[in-house]
Design a protein around this ligand. Sequence first.
Ligand code: 5GP
Ligand code: ZN
Length: 113
Amino acid sequence: MPDCIFCKIAAGEIPSNKAYEDDDVLAFHDVNPQAPVHLLIIPKAHVAAGAAEITSENSALVGHCFEVAAKLAKELHLEGFRIVTNNGAAAGQTVPHLHFHLLAGRDLTLHLG
Ligand code: 5GP
Ligand code: ZN
């Protein structure tokens, strides 16, 4: 998708600090971290703007993103973590390319946001 920041990051046109990459999924460190560990996990392809566009056509990639989250949590020895996805501007979404935030390293017990 032209002018999509995350498509450009997936293509290597914008640099990122990568934590994991395979043919279909990329995980990289958020440029403005909200926790000591704040990774973004994205399908490389622009299959959906957000969670509202998840369908049977692209949901395997969603599962793949969660597999990567579990793998990273294990590798990074995360004791607890949160996976968040914002859908739509009203929920605070700023980049309309499906992505999952993986947050850890601070007390996450009392907040849902
Ligand atoms: P959203 O607000 O859409 O749920 O999440 C978008 C996230 O992408 C934000 O946490 C923001 O800090 C991050 N972000 C935006 N632009 C870039 C960028 O160019 N590089 C990286 N690494 N993160 C970005
Ligand atoms: Zn995109």
